[in-house]
Design a protein around this ligand. Structure first.
Ligand code: F6R
Length: 612
């Protein structure tokens, strides 16, 4: 969703801001803009990509050592030049960029209109720029104080940066509900919505808390105060992020790079947490809560999209190995349906970004009912891990491609370790089984590497099906969530309609769709309900559907029936999703590339969905 980058220092701001905006492109956006102050305020903004903005600003004055840039994902008002950020105040001297939504913008706007303010956009953000100006004039205060007073009038979520032509040595940032990080360099400061635009300049960062305002003045230390005017001491942390993680590293797309990173990202997820000898499959962050988890009446997993699919795998794992009942909920439904939650429930919130608005709201709801909240997140320092009682980072590294790939396998890896550990400690799996699973989990990274070797074959299959209008994905047991994930991957990046189903459900409706035009992807690995899936394959074959099957290496039964088979290494049934997801990621990737789609930034999608 929207992205923020701002700079104050001795260097020219424009190149830093443009590079920062490129780093933020992965979040998804539809317009971009920039503001620079050098004696006077210059604002350039337009619909489209950052490259369009660069083109637009080509012959214009881009000087200044204070400035800010924004990528906007439209909420209030269409994606056009007028609604793009930055927005300016009535007198054109104050300018603001904003992530989030000001819920009470309408009454604020009406009040300002009655005082003579005229608006040029449909956005809630412009209202805030005018409000700050209005307050500054009426209260005769400096910009920081006007921002503070304005934020006390605002209902909603925001991460904002404000600068003023009248106070050209000052950068102000504030946040509530949307993330904001301040980079502290030598005689220079950065503000951004996540650390990606900052990491190449400094590793020293301060994450702002809700309702905090960062006041940054040239030649002074960073000051933080709350909107209630309480001074806070900045807590400077070191970023762990590596710059290489933000580069394509020779791959054509971030998505492909991230698919290929999985042997390493899964290893990173397990690092220091797995030891068969010492009977350890524990997650440090959960140690103090183990007993409460073991005694739980029920686990409720809340998540959205791909993370929800990982949650479904978690349901199979935890019920199978630890015999604890699990429900998996779409966070967006859970939060609005008056769910029954008790203090004996454990809620597991799964989120790559750690910012998903619905997941966050589901957490708040469950917390208010006394449940223990555990987070499984990827982005360090994001909002969800700071809201939960305890949790585990997935340590998959930054995921830049909008379509989630390595985050999924890392989430499943954390859930697997959690289930194995709970099962062992609860006595629902034997020590021998425990050792077997831990051993096999350790072998997964190299098996993923083997699964990736099917890339050329998958590319060939993609070339045959790239023009299909529909796809069906079918699997059973542990492979049912993988079928859902395969279908989601395909539709989001290739725009081909795809449905995932439990294979046996096919007979109850989707079978009507099958004809010689319909590609059906079966995940038909050995074990589980393999024989049943084989029968389902026959049902599709009888209706002339085209069968692409993901099978365990050496399989001959499915091979004799399917049009194409893609082999993955054998593993324990519980760990199959970590391997069967890989060919499906590659299949959607190649189909999308062949259809000329923007794989890393698919239309309409955002990497972190910070609005409900
Ligand atoms: C799919 C995808 C989305 C996200 C969903 C949740 O590839 O990326 O479906 O999985 O928006 O996001 P997080 O995990 O950040 O909460």
């Amino acid at each position: 969703m929207c992205g923020i980058v701002a700079y104050i220092g001795k260097k020219e701001a424009y190149p830093i801001l443009i590079k920062g905006l490129h780093r933020l492109e992965y979040r998804g956006y539809d317009s971009a803009g920039i503001a620079l102050i050098n004696g006077k305020l210059n604002v350039y903004k337009c619909k489209g990509k950052v490259a369009d903005l660069e083109n637009f600003a080509k012959d214009k004055d881009k000087s200044g050592t204070l400035g800010m840039g924004h990528t906007r994902w439209a909420t209030h008002g269409a994606p056009n030049d007028a609604n793009a950020h930055p927005h300016v105040s009535q007198d054109g001297k104050i300018t603001i960029i904003h992530n989030g939504i000001i819920e009470n913008y309408h009454p604020l706007k009406e009040g300002l209109k009655s005082r003579g303010h005229v608006f040029t956009s449909d956005t809630d953000t412009e209202v805030l720029a005018h409000l700050i100006e209005d307050i500054q004039k009426n209260e005769n205060c400096d910009l920081a104080e006007a921002v503070r007073i304005a934020l006390n009038e605002v209902i909603g979520a925001y991460a904002i940066v404000v600068i003023s032509q009248e106070e050209p040595n000052q950068l102000i940032g504030a946040k509530k509900g949307s993330p904001m990080v301040v980079g502290v360099g030598d005689d220079e400061f950065f503000i951004a919505s996540d650390a990606t635009p900052i990491v190449e300049h400094t590793k020293n960062v301060v994450y702002l808390e809700d309702e905090e305002i960062a006041i940054i003045r040239r030649g002074e230390e960073l000051k933080i105060k709350t909107i209630k005017n309480k001074n806070k001491t900045p807590y400077v942390q070191e970023l762990e992020m590596q710059l290489e993680a933000l580069e394509k590293g020779g791959y054509e797309h971030f998505m492909l790079k991230e698919i290929y990173e999985q042997p390493r990202s899964i290893k990173d997820t397990m690092r220091g947490r797995l030891d068969e000898e010492k009977l350890k499959a524990g997650l440090g962050g959960l140690r103090n809560y183990q007993q409460r988890m073991l005694n739980a009446d029920r686990f409720i997993i809340v998540a959205c999209g791909t993370s929800w699919h990982a949650g479904l795998v978690g349901e199979y794992l935890i019920e199978d190995l630890a015999r604890i009942p699990v429900e998996v909920e779409y966070a967006s439904e859970f939060r609005y349906r008056n769910p029954i939650i008790t203090e004996k429930d454990v809620v597991i919130a799964i989120s790559q970004s750690g910012e998903t608005a619905d997941t966050l709201a589901a957490i708040e709801l469950a917390k208010s009912k006394g449940a223990l909240i555990i987070g499984i997140c990827n982005v360090v320092g994001s909002t969800i891990p700071r809201t939960t009682h305890a949790g585990s980072y997935t340590h998959a590294g930054p995921e830049i491609g909008v379509a989630s790939t390595k985050a999924f396998t890392s989430q499943v890896t954390v859930l697997t370790m959690m289930a194995i550990s709970l099962g062992y400690n609860k006595g629902t799996i034997t020590e021998a089984r425990y050792r077997q699973l831990v051993n096999e989990l350790e072998a997964i990274p190299s098996k993923v590497e083997m699964a990736l070797k099917a890339n050329d074959q998958i590319k060939y299959i993609a070339s045959l099906f790239k023009d299909a209008r529909n796809f069906l994905y079918l699997g059973r047991g542990y492979n049912f969530p993988v079928a859902l994930e395969g279908a989601l991957k395909l539709k989001e990046i290739s725009y081909i309609h795809a449905e995932g189903y439990p294979a046996a459900e096919m007979k109850h409706g989707p079978i009507a769709l099958i004809d010689e035009e319909m590609p059906v992807v079966f995940i038909a690995t050995k074990k589980g309900a393999y024989e049943k899936v084989v029968s389902n394959i026959q049902e599709v074959k009888a209706r002339k559907g085209k069968i692409i099957a993901i099978v365990t290496e050496g399989d001959t039964t499915v091979k004799s029936m399917a049009d194409f088979v893609i082999e993955i290494p054998d593993t324990e049934e519980e760990l199959v999703p970590l391997l069967s997801a890989i060919p499906l990621q590659l299949l959607s990737y190649h189909i999308a590339v062949m259809r000329g789609c923007n794989v890393d930034q698919p239309r309409n999608l955002a990497k972190a969905v910070t609005v409900e």
